[in-house]
Write a protein that binds this ligand. Structure first.
Ligand SMILES: [Zn+2]
Length: 263
């Protein structure tokens, strides 16, 4: 099975290959992003020499994250008195997100939306996030019947960590990956809660979020009087909350996403 970074390359970032200058790999080349030896790369015979702060070797799949492309991603800015154009690079689109399945690739863009849409040949679907919105707020609209897919919740500076944290999502669990980790969202219970919360008042939603948080962090026992009273008045919410995965980290993350929608 393809590793997630190779999956992203095979289904999305391969479009950059005509622009990337590669050389024949050597047996002892190690990619400084995914840390794999050349024999384990998806394209084992092609290496890229990268001159960043230090000289590095990249595999093609990882290098696609670093590749500046005018044609595909447009111009980031003009630098210096001579106004030298600097091109956008995928993994430098800070705060943007990416959905990749065998069927489609969607880039969720924040303030970069306009620059990306000016590119001569932006290669994927481009979604504009409203101010303050994140990929997690919009991703559910794009989930279809894919058995597996990869979602980058947001790009940040640390690419090695991002690649190490990538993992596949499936029909029941969505993983929003970034350079800090990969947060799970249980898709069915999320949709169910989202539906119920949409009928609740702003105050009820924030009380729900606070109660879930307090229980997950062990700040209050589930038998706390106020919590019990809240569940009695909101049976539908209690049932839906109980259907979330038991992992407190997952519950906290889901409550954070769902609670944020009304704030
Ligand atoms: Zn690599």
């Amino acid at each position: 099975m393809l590793t997630p970074i190779d999956f992203i390359y095979v289904h999305a970032t391969y479009v950059l290959q005509d622009e990337i200058n590669s050389r024949q790999s050597l047996p002892d080349d190690v990619c400084s992003v995914c840390l794999r030896e050349s024999a384990k790369w998806h394209n084992p015979y092609e290496a890229v020499d990268f001159k960043g702060y230090i000289k590095e070797v990249h595999c093609l799949a990882c290098h696609a994250l670093f590749h500046p492309s005018d044609k595909y991603f447009g111009i980031e800015q003009y630098r210096g008195a001579n106004r030298v154009p600097i091109f956008n690079k995928l993994a430098m689109l800070k705060g943007c997100g990416l959905f990749v399945s065998e069927r489609r690739t969607v880039l969720f863009a924040n303030k970069y939306y306009e620059k990306l849409s000016l590119a001569e040949k932006f290669p994927w679907e481009l979604v504009s996030l409203d101010k303050g919105q994140m990929t997690s707020n919009r991703i559910l609209e794009y989930l279809g019947t894919d058995a597996r897919f990869v979602v980058i919740g947001k790009f940040n500076r640390k690419k090695e960590e991002l690649v190490a944290n990538l993992r596949y999502s499936n029909k029941s669990s969505l993983y929003l990956c970034d350079d800090n980790g990969s947060n799970e969202v249980h898709i069915d219970s999320f949709k169910n809660l989202q539906n119920i919360l949409s009928y609740k008042t702003k105050k009820e939603v924030s009380t729900w979020k606070n109660h879930v948080r307090a229980i997950c962090l062990g700040l209050k026992p589930p038998s706390d009087k106020k919590i019990v009273k809240f569940w009695e008045a909101n049976k539908d919410l209690q049932l839906a909350t109980n259907s979330m995965p038991l992992n407190p980290h997952t519950r906290l993350f889901m409550a954070h996403l769902l609670g944020g929608q009304h704030n």
